[in-house]
Write a protein that binds this ligand. Structure first.
Ligand SMILES: [Zn+2]
Length: 93
């Protein structure tokens, strides 16, 4: 699916329509100090003790892609609707 690089949409912070720049959301690095991660690391200690089932056969073909819209005036970032797409393309116009 093709997305325009610049789009004029409503900004909740400016309370009017402003030009927004489109980009793709990328997951940040996992924190080793998060509570869930610490709990998992503690459970993984020892022989034969991986607590969660490992999924091997995936039924979904595509991963979800989330577009981000950044306001050109105030820099407020809006999260767009996540969709399952084969190809995510940002048009340079
Ligand atoms: Zn704004």
């Amino acid at each position: 699916m093709k997305f325009p690089k610049n789009k004029k949409i409503y900004c909740a912070k400016c309370k009017k329509h402003t030009p927004h720049k489109c980009s793709i959301y990328k997951k940040g690095k996992d924190s080793m100090m998060a509570h869930g991660k610490r709990r998992l690391e503690r459970k993984k200690v020892g022989y034969g003790s991986f607590p969660k089932p490992i999924q091997h056969n995936q039924c979904k073909v595509n991963k979800k892609t989330t577009p981000l819209y950044k306001c050109a005036e105030c820099g407020h970032v809006q999260v767009g609707k996540a969709q399952r797409l084969k190809k995510f393309e940002i048009l340079n116009k």
